[in-house]
Design a protein around this ligand. Structure first.
Ligand code: AGP
Length: 612
């Protein structure tokens, strides 16, 4: 998954492009490059492997003037991250410069065909094929946008691209299929294109979202959007309400810590204008548009990946217990390839922070092919999933920059609770129970804040456990999903091997692994399965495993059993994951810092996996 950006206007392009790339580093950061139309010198292009600062350093040796250009930050999919494979890529005559986010799945066949036509390739990337394919259509009297359209018709795969040419230096052409792309309107005669809003916020909040299969031609005279079949599109602009500084760290050492600390307001923002506490209902615009269809639904499939799948795991128990609708969770990459049984009483709900996860998008499109009702719970406004479902709800967690998801997970659970309320109150969920859930949801921000104030104690706990390379996170019922997510946090930022597991299943094999190399974290609030957790802890203590117990404030007995204890305030059982996850996020964060890992940009990962 990569970040692309383009600018055309009256200011120097280089600083604008570099600022935008900086804000997209979380999308991928193994190499970067730019191309600037430098009036008298044609196109200046420079690219460097490694982090963006390598490119910044290299640029210092050049004086580049130009008021139009494109920039790219890469997460490699084809071709190792090195200077030559970094974007932009060019054609044989080095007239065309292209940057790309996505995968050209048929690039080998296209490359063979182009090589037969004597095109010379210098990289191992799929993107370079696109440059030569455009060249093959770019006759001397052909417009760049027409050559790009013709080339894209031959492409199988996904792309968010921006293209410029030294032959038409007053123009940037951009297009999307399966990867996000927006146009930023700065002023008359001044425009940007980018993969996402954070890249353009310093310049403008006015944007236009491109839809699948659309191509935009941008000049200082304005922009025009068409389909690949040349049908003109008139798209209204949207206003982005995120402030640029929201995506800054606000003084925290890492985006991840800032985002953990933002969770109380994430819950508040998510509930605002939706929870009607006195009636014990949730007013969800998207859900209400399809209220009649939802009444007929007797099966829900929650589809998601990674952290979102673990939120969905917890949400599935909420929906079954309180709305009485059979609900299962499917991992996006599995759902899209197996043969799911879907009918008109099934609904597919996609849960996704970015709204651009390729596997989740593909699952959504598979569901739509079956004609089932689709719904989404997404954070990024205007993202592909959010625009392709029948209806949905936004998490309103604000930009989540750290690759390891925290506040978005919290927001997903918040939305799943509201969704459960809306669905349940359409069916048998009583006013009293609805009011109780609503009351507890409203009390959560303060309870989360109480836990955040334990940050120093949790940091001390991390100092005791950060050298362990093996861990099991164990929970039951609602906190089985919490165990999965807590373990994912630890492994993805500290690289310790942590496994989330249903506590009741430890004795069916994994118990054989336990010895002093492990710590085991039991999520054991005083709930309906508390006693079962206690017996699991006893099993483990007998095998010399170190035990950290997470339980409800005031629980004295567990202190005698566990080596260390974390406490959370009491709440409804279905909402305990929204409290229990907070100490686990902080524990993972502090362990990763102590292990000197790159907390915000862990190795091998990217914020949104828009490729398979
Ligand atoms: C979570 O910390 C990871 N970054 C990853 O598992 C992520 O949750 C997953 O890729 C799904 O992303 P999405 O929510 O944007 O669809």
């Amino acid at each position: 998954m990569c970040g692309i950006i383009g600018y055309i206007g009256k200011k120097e392009a280089q600083p604008i492009l570099m600022e935008g790339l900086k804000r997209m580093e979380y999308r991928g950061y193994d190499s970067a490059g730019l191309a600037i139309i430098a009036q008298e010198r044609g196109v200046f292009s420079l690219k460097k492997s490694g982090k963006l600062q390598n490119l910044s350093q290299e640029l210092k040796a050049h004086v580049v003037q130009g008021t139009a250009g494109i920039g790219h930050i890469r997460w490699a999919t084809h071709g190792v991250p090195n200077d030559i494979n970094a974007h932009p890529h060019s054609d044989c005559k080095e007239e065309i410069f292209i940057i790309h986010n996505g995968i050209i799945e048929n690039f080998s066949q296209l490359k063979q065909k182009l090589q037969k036509d004597k095109h010379q390739f210098v990289t191992a990337t799929d993107t370079e094929v696109l440059a030569h394919l455009i060249e093959s259509y770019y006759e001397k009297d052909t417009l760049l946008e027409d050559a790009v359209s013709q080339a894209l018709k031959e492409v199988v795969g996904t792309y968010g691209i921006a293209v410029l040419s030294s032959r038409e230096p007053q123009k940037i052409v951009a297009a999307r299929l399966g990867s996000p792309l927006i146009v930023g309107i700065i002023a008359q005669g001044e425009y940007m294109v980018a993969s996402d809003v954070t890249a353009i916020l310093p310049q403008t909040r006015e944007v236009v979202y491109l839809e699948e299969g659309e191509i935009v031609t941008v000049t200082r005279a304005g922009y025009s959007i068409k389909t690949l079949n040349n049908q003109a599109i008139d798209r209204k602009t949207s206003r982005v309400d995120w402030d640029a500084e929201q995506a800054e760290k606000k003084g925290f050492a890492h985006f991840m810590l800032k985002e953990i600390m933002e969770q109380p307001e994430v819950v508040q923002n998510g509930l605002r204008g939706r929870l009607v506490a006195e009636d014990g209902i949730a007013h969800l615009g998207g859900f209400n548009e399809q209220a009649k269809q939802w009444r007929k639904i007797n099966r829900i499939i929650l589809v998601a990946c990674g952290t979102a799948a673990y939120a969905a795991q917890i949400g599935s128990y909420m929906i079954e217990e309180y709305a009485g609708v059979a609900t299962v969770v499917e991992i996006g990459s599995e759902f899209r390839y197996r043969k799911p049984v879907l009918n008109d009483k099934t609904a597919v709900v996609i849960v996704s922070q970015s709204g651009e996860t390729a596997d989740s998008i593909a699952a959504l499109r598979e569901a739509k092919r079956h004609g089932v009702l689709t719904f989404s719970i997404v954070n990024v406004v205007g993202s592909t999933i959010a625009r392709e479902v029948d209806s949905g709800m936004y998490i309103h967690a604000g930009p989540e920059i750290a690759v390891a998801s925290t506040k978005a997970f919290m927001g997903m659970l918040n939305m799943l609770a509201l969704f459960t309320l809306a669905l349940g109150r359409q069916r048998h969920l009583s006013l009293v129970t609805g009011q109780r859930i609503a009351k507890e949801l409203l009390a959560l921000p303060e309870k989360i804040q109480q836990i955040l104030e334990q940050n120093d104690q949790i940091k001390a706990l991390a100092q005791k456990y950060f050298k362990y390379d093996h861990a099991f996170y164990l929970g039951r019922k609602y906190n089985f999903g919490t165990a999965l997510e807590g373990a994912l946090k630890l492994k993805e930022i500290s690289y310790a091997h942590a496994e989330g597991y249903p506590a009741g299943d430890l004795k069916h094999g994994p118990l054989a692994l336990i010895d002093e190399r492990f710590f085991l974290l039991f999520i054991a609030p005083q709930d309906s399965v508390y006693e079962k957790n206690i017996s699991n802890i006893q099993e483990v203590k007998a095998r010399r495993g170190k035990v950290i117990a997470l339980t409800t404030i005031g629980n004295k007995e567990i202190a005698d059993l566990a080596d260390d204890v974390l406490f959370i305030p009491k709440t409804l059982e279905m909402l305990t994951p929204m409290l229990a996850i907070v100490p686990l996020q902080l524990l993972a964060y502090h362990v990763a810092v102590l292990r000197q890992c790159d907390v915000d940009q862990p190795r091998n990962l990217a914020k949104s996996v828009t490729v398979e």
